[in-house]
Design a protein around this ligand. Sequence first.
Ligand code: PSU
Ligand code: MN
Length: 308
Amino acid sequence: MTTFHIRPGTEVDEALRDGRPVVALESTIVSHGLPRPDNLRVARQIEQTVRDAGAVPATIGMIAGELVVGLDDAELTRLATVDPVAKLSVRDLAVAAATGADGATTVAATSAVAAAVGIGVFATGGLGGVHREAAQTFDESADLVTLARTPITVVCAGVKSILDVGATLERLETLGVGVVGYRTRRFPGFYLTESGFDLDWSVDSPEQVAAVLAAREQHGVHGGGLIVANPLPVDEQLDPALHDRTLAEGLARLGREGVTGKAVTPFLLAYFHSATEGASLAVNVRIILRNADLAARIAVAAAGRAAA
Ligand code: PSU
Ligand code: MN
């Protein structure tokens, strides 16, 4: 008998059976990435954005040890409000299930679970990656190595600007993870429109991303992930001077307070949100909603192609 399993929400289950477009969403953004009480409102807005673009949202998380793909509103509320909610990467899933934990899935865990149930498109804010000073700390997000072996398309605004962006791009290349800019040849910088790094490829439409996914499947050669990097328009980015100041101070505090490991990303995001008096939060929300919209349009295009 199986004790632990993956439970699809009713709507997600039906959509997957009918071949309708579904977009996976992560819950770590909700529990650890955004401050309360905005987090719950934003979580609902992300789902609504996916619906408005014609796809079914599947927010993934763990409720009392059960892995759920397509949390209902009560479950979403629970992960947004109770304490503690564990931050679950792929390696944590089985232990959290066996111990009956509540948990939120990171990009890594969300990607792995989504791919396991046959969801091909996922929207988030910014990927995890190589942390600054990783040469000493070895702190590199499991998001990268998971994407190397997981056939999922992740729509994001690049990697969080708190990271070493150049090193992260090098690791993505080594790991064989595809990276394409959405209507840009510059890699986005999360809070900032661009990070200062170039990309080899850009795509112009959801249909073109769907064509990439179809080609990958037809080749049967590359089983890893594809990153669709979707930059914020320049007039919507965080003021670059404010960004650089806040980042420098946040990194200094990190060192002073001895924050390490999986607490680093939530600490820096929270510091940004308080130090910029909500400006970075508004930008972060814009990023996620824009990515949810694009991911849904990609899922719609991919489903249309499959049906044709
Ligand atoms: N993007 C956001 N906010 C977040 C995250 C991404 O806009 O909170 C989360 C994701 O869940 C990602 C995680 O997987 O941060 C990376 O954490 P770490 O660096 O500890 O792997
Ligand atoms: Mn880490």
